[in-house]
Design a protein around this ligand. Structure first.
Ligand SMILES: *[C@@H]1O[C@H](CO)[C@@H](O)[C@H](O)[C@H]1NC(C)=O
Ligand SMILES: *[C@@H]1O[C@H](CO)[C@@H](O)[C@H](O)[C@H]1NC(C)=O
Ligand SMILES: *[C@@H]1O[C@H](CO)[C@@H](O)[C@H](O)[C@H]1NC(C)=O
Ligand SMILES: *[C@@H]1O[C@H](CO)[C@@H](O)[C@H](O)[C@H]1NC(C)=O
Ligand SMILES: *[C@@H]1O[C@H](CO)[C@@H](O)[C@H](O)[C@H]1NC(C)=O
Ligand SMILES: *[C@@H]1O[C@H](CO)[C@@H](O)[C@H](O)[C@H]1NC(C)=O
Length: 559
């Protein structure tokens, strides 16, 4: 299904760029749907190649009207029902191959919440608003379009609105950090009913007292030593989750302004590499809002956002920030790791901050950032979209290499008229340069994955540190063939939670005359490096990626 879709993508793409010259290096945009029904405020990709999107049950009328409520009663054309929020979907599942959406049921409000996948591919979504703030919801993806959200009977210890979550290495669970006025973290699922949340004074210390504190939706990354990196406002720490102890405090990021909600910079863990046994862990933060941006926006002044990015190797003895500038100021954007291990900076605005109608100057041009190029040569400006993607927009990489972009709604309800930035329901794909037809002969195709001879079967996934075989076909083989594994994120409010890429070691590659390659690839060494679960495996031939295939890394021993 995906390969058929990819074929379509290439054909359409070559129509656009049929000349075979120019343009291709900047990528292309495709309009996929005019109406996703629901604003793509939160987005994530399941291992069944569907994208879950949701916004808030309190938004009133969405653009997906139901004939029947989820409790079975029908929705009439009477005014009461037309205005009844329960007669509208507030979450949808988008089928990437079929290019269509279906409605999903939500019983409580997941507005401004967080999410992570468990090792079996079930999405664990945490928190939200009102009575939804302590809820845990599970989505177990399926192929028959019958699956739906299920609310867990167990609640969070604390209400979590604007919290972040991250998969941890142990016990197949998730840590949820912060929330509005909540200076704690907790694990889900709990190991026993007595387990509570843990105080985290760092969240209190970084709350700068202005409206919303500039430290909501803290940036979380699991370091490859199993500790949790937490960045809030301008400061960051390393937290030992086993001992509930802060074991490192990092220097403050240089420059003015703030980086977390409502200042809404974005943050990414740069790809981890087998060449150093995944021991070097580097994070990168870009953009954000000027000091006082929120107060100014409320008075109708939109302060220019931050242009700077900071990179820091958090595993060094004396970590320090290395600063550089983007081509323009930016906030409310997303940072995604492309299959090429480059960083795509997409969506957002140049001035103001997050919140209703608080930003101006839409950033229509994505940037491509190449982390390993020399300073000054790392950013490339890509093709503009025509659609502003402001507050409450998101983006997600899909297995064929495109990036889906949805949402934008800087209003409390769906508002299409008489506003600077109307509610946006169009779904677009950004088609990166590497999908250009001119690279076809470089693109590895027909990927197959054979699990090792050690009796590890597909049902159990690939064990840590074990070898597996990747077969593929390539017409022109480059000297540099790389293998990567990508954990798809849960993206909302400019932060892609759990996003992670590993460049894997390949030991031996046999190429036959007809272009078939068999490579022995080594799985990541431990769940600290790659928490158990589904990853997208990609073969990259001289910078041109294959379509990705799902693999599952697991600690469960086969029997
Ligand atoms: C979206 O709507 C426009 C204007 O009505 C139409 O021309 C276009 O074909 C539609 N596109 C899709 C993908 O439905
Ligand atoms: C279903 O929900 C509607 C709206 O909340 C309510 O009025 C109705 O009584 C419910 N029906 C059933 C069968 O629970
Ligand atoms: C995955 O695990 C969760 C939590 O234990 C469970 O609720 C869910 O049904 C499981 N999903 C699958 C696909 O087995
Ligand atoms: C990585 O680990 C292997 C096996 O433990 C070891 O032989 C090698 O020297 C290590 N390499 C680096 C760069 O640390
Ligand atoms: C935003 O747009 C306004 C009006 O066009 C312009 O004056 C201002 O310089 C822009 N700000 C930024 C940061 O681009
Ligand atoms: C490679 O995959 C394509 C698309 O799925 C298929 O049509 C083709 O037959 C495959 N080629 C080989 C040699 O298996």
């Amino acid at each position: 299904m995906i390969s058929a879709l990819l074929f379509l993508v290439f054909v359409r793409f070559s129509d656009v760029d049929g000349s075979g010259s120019g343009g291709g290096r900047q990528g292309q945009w495709q309009l996929l749907l005019n109406n996703t029904g629901v604003v793509g405020m939160h987005m994530t990709l399941t291992h069944h190649n569907t994208v879950i999107m949701f916004d808030q049950t309190g938004a009133g009328e969405s653009s997906y009207r139901l004939r029947k409520r989820f409790n079975g009663s029908s929705c009439s054309r009477r005014t009461n029902d037309l205005r009844d929020s329960t007669c509208y979907a507030h979450s949808v599942e988008y089928d990437v191959g079929g290019n269509r959406v279906r409605p999903l049921r939500l019983d409580t409000d997941p507005w401004c919440s967080s999410g992570s996948f468990l090792s079996n591919g079930t999405l664990l979504q945490t928190g939200g608003y009102g009575s939804g703030a302590t809820r845990v919801r599970l989505f177990r993806p399926c192929d028959d379009h019958q699956c739906d959200w299920k609310q867990s009977r167990k609640s969070l210890s604390d209400p979590r609105w604007y919290a972040s979550s991250q998969r941890v290495a142990e016990h197949d669970r998730v840590v949820v950090v912060g929330g509005r006025g909540v200076f704690t973290y907790e694990f889900v699922p709990k190991r026993d009913s007595g387990e509570k949340s843990f105080l985290l004074p760092f969240l209190h210390q970084t709350n700068d007292g202005s409206k919303d504190g500039n430290n909501l939706y803290p940036f979380l990354h699991l370091s490859s030593d199993g500790n949790l990196f937490i960045f809030a406002n301008r400061d960051s720490i390393l937290l030992n989750l086993r001992r509930n102890r802060v074991i490192k405090r990092f220097p403050r990021i240089p420059g003015d302004g703030s980086r977390n909600y409502p200042s809404s910079a974005s943050c990414v863990l740069l790809p981890l590499h087998h060449t150093d046994n995944f021991t070097k862990v580097e994070i990168m933060i870009c953009g954000g809002a000027a000091t006082g941006a929120s107060g100014a926006a409320n008075r109708g002044r939109f302060l220019t956002g931050l242009r700077s990015c900071g990179r820091m190797v958090i595993t060094e003895d004396k970590p320090k920030w290395a600063m550089e500038d983007m081509p323009a100021p930016r906030l409310l954007h997303d940072m995604l790791i492309l299959p090429t291990a480059q960083i795509l900076i997409i969506n957002g605005a140049k001035s103001g901050c997050a919140g209703y109608d608080n930003a101006r100057n839409a950033s229509l041009q994505p940037y491509l950032y190449s982390p390993n190029k020399p300073l000054g040569k790392r950013f490339r400006v890509l093709k503009s979209t025509k659609i502003p993607r402001m507050y409450h927009s998101a983006a997600i990489v899909v297995p064929d290499g495109r990036v889906l972009v949805a949402g934008s709604n800087p209003h409390g309800r769906y508002t299409f008229h008489k506003v600077t930035y109307p509610t946006e329901l169009r779904l677009e794909a950004f088609v990166p340069h590497y999908m250009n037809r001119r690279y076809h002969s470089w693109r590895p195709t027909n990927l197959s994955i054979e699990y090792g001879s050690g009796g590890v079967t597909a049902a159990h996934g690939i064990g840590y540190g074990t070898e597996f075989i990747v077969g593929f076909l390539v017409r022109k083989k480059n000297i540099e063939v790389e293998f990567s594994a990508y954990a798809p994120p849960f993206t909302t409010h400019s932060f892609s939670m759990n996003q992670r890429m590993l460049k894997l070691r390949s030991k031996n590659m046999e190429t036959s005359k007809d272009g078939w390659v068999k490579a022995i690839v080594e799985a990541p060494p431990s769940p600290n490096v790659a928490p158990a679960g589904y990853y997208l495996l990609t073969v990259v031939n001289g910078g041109i990626p294959s379509m990705s295939q799902w693999v599952q890394f697991t600690s469960a021993s086969p029997n």
